[in-house]
Design a protein around this ligand. Structure first.
Ligand SMILES: C[S@@+](CC[C@H](N)C(=O)[O-])C[C@H]1O[C@@H](n2cnc3c(N)ncnc32)[C@H](O)[C@@H]1O
Length: 262
C-alpha cells in the first residue's frame, strides 16, 4: 500500500468552517451597523432590509477573502436577509424550535465530524454494483455512515448471500435507517460511530463522507482492513494516497468512486 504524504495543516476557515462562518457573520454585522450609524449621522436612514443586504454582501466578501468554499459565500450572503424575511412572516415560534430539532437530528454529524447527510446517487450505486459483482457473493460489506440506508438495502437485496452492515450516529437518520432494514434478513444497522466499527471482518468498506475525516479514516483502514479487502470512497480522496482505481460518473455533482485495495 502506498504511504500517505503528510497533510499540510489546513487554514482555520477550513478546519472549523461553521465557527468561522459565524465569526464572519458577526464581523459583517458589526461593520454594517457601523455603516448604518455613520449614515445616520449624515442624515441618511438605511432601511432594515437594505442593512441586511449590505451585511450579507460584506459577509460574502469576507468569506471569499478568507477562501471559504464558494457555497459558503452564498450562505453568508443570504443568512441575515432570509432570517429577516422569514421572521416577518410572523410564524408560531414553536416552528423554529421544531425546524431546529429536525435539522439537528438529521445533520447531527455536520458540526463535529463535518459530514452532513446526502445520499449516494443511482448512477454511483450502479457503478458500485459493478465493483461488488467481482467479489464473492458471500461478501461482507459495511457502509460507514449509512445515512437512510437506501443504498445498503438495495445492495443487500442484490446480493442475498452477502452480509450488509451500516453504522450511523445521527439519531433520526439512524432510526429511519434501522426501520427500513428491519425486514431485510442480511442487512443490519447499528447506532455506532464509524470510528468504533472494527473493519477486520469486511471484504468491502464503503464511505461517502467529506474531505475532513479521510486522512483519519486512512489510518484506521491501514490498521484494521485485512489484505485483499477494498476501501471504496464515494467522491472524497485520501490526500497523498492515489486510489488504485477511479470510476468517474459524470453526474451533476461530478461523483466518482475511488477504490483502494489493502
Ligand atoms: C453523506 S452521508 C452518506 C449516506 C450513505 N452512506 C449514502 O451514501 O447514501 C454521510 C453519513 O455519515 C454519517 N456520519 C458522519 N460521521 C459519522 C460517524 N462518526 N459515525 C457514524 N456515522 C457518521 C452522517 O450522519 C451521514 O448520515
Amino acid at each position: 500500500m502506498p504511504i500517505p504524504h503528510p497533510d499540510p495543516s489546513p487554514p482555520a476557515s477550513a478546519r472549523r468552517p461553521a465557527l468561522f462562518g459565524l465569526l464572519v457573520q458577526l464581523v459583517a454585522l458589526g461593520a454594517a451597523l457601523a455603516l448604518h450609524r455613520g449614515l445616520r449621522l449624515c442624515g441618511v436612514a438605511l432601511p432594515l432590509p437594505w442593512l441586511a443586504v449590505v451585511q450579507g454582501l460584506l459577509a460574502a466578501a469576507l468569506s471569499a477573502g478568507f477562501r471559504q468554499s464558494r457555497w459558503w459565500w452564498l450562505i453568508q450572503a443570504l443568512f441575515l436577509p432570509l432570517l429577516l424575511a422569514v421572521n416577518s412572516l410572523d410564524l408560531w415560534a414553536g416552528w423554529w424550535l421544531i425546524a431546529l430539532l429536525l435539522v439537528a437530528l438529521l445533520h447531527w454529524n455536520s458540526f463535529g465530524e463535518r459530514v452532513p447527510l446526502y445520499l449516494t446517487g443511482r448512477r454511483t450505486e450502479r457503478a458500485l454494483f459493478g465493483v461488488l459483482d467481482a467479489l464473492p457473493n458471500t461478501l461482507r460489506f459495511v457502509d460507514l455512515g449509512c445515512g437512510l440506508a437506501g443504498t445498503l438495502r438495495r445492495l443487500a437485496r442484490r446480493y442475498p448471500d452477502g452480509q450488509f452492515v451500516g453504522v450511523e450516529t445521527a439519531p433520526l437518520v439512524f432510526l429511519l435507517a434501522w426501520l427500513r432494514c428491519l425486514g431485510v434478513r442480511n442487512c443490519r444497522v447499528a447506532y455506532r460511530s464509524l470510528w468504533d466499527e472494527p473493519l477486520g471482518d469486511y471484504d468491502a468498506v464503503y464511505c461517502f463522507l467529506s474531505p475532513a475525516p479521510m486522512p483519519r479514516l486512512w489510518e484506521k483502514v491501514q490498521k484494521e482492513l485485512r489484505p485483499g479487502a477494498l476501501l471504496i470512497s464515494n467522491t472524497f480522496e485520501i490526500p497523498g494516497v492515489p486510489a488504485r482505481q477511479t470510476i468517474e460518473l459524470d453526474d451533476w455533482r461530478r461523483s466518482r468512486l475511488l477504490i483502494w485495495r489493502r
